[in-house]
Design a protein. Structure first.
Length: 93
């Protein structure tokens, strides 16, 4: 994320305060992944899923802006993140 000029924030459990979060990269199959993604989407934060598992009905209902299946080349994450943030940047100007 830093190489792409974004400041990563690690979720360590608990309530998420969406201020300052432009987008989130979430592993849906990991612990709190799905509840976290639902919470972020409810707050209007775009979510990108990255997982070793293919998408399923539960992840599809959340409405992620991208779903990347590991392993994937880093440029795919870069493109997905850029496309996710593009509308937010354009409307902020």
């Amino acid at each position: 994320m830093r190489r792409l000029r974004h400041e990563p924030v690690l979720h360590e459990g608990g309530v998420v305060v969406p201020e300052g979060i432009d987008a989130a990269v979430v592993e849906p199959g990991e612990g709190e992944g799905l509840p976290l993604a639902r919470s972020l989407r409810a707050a209007g934060i775009p979510v990108l899923f990255v997982s070793i598992y293919p998408p399923n009905a539960e992840t599809a209902e959340i409405g992620s802006s991208a779903y990347l299946v590991k392993p994937f080349p880093l440029y795919e994450l870069e493109v997905a993140l850029a496309l996710t943030l593009a509308p937010r940047v354009a409307t902020a100007i």
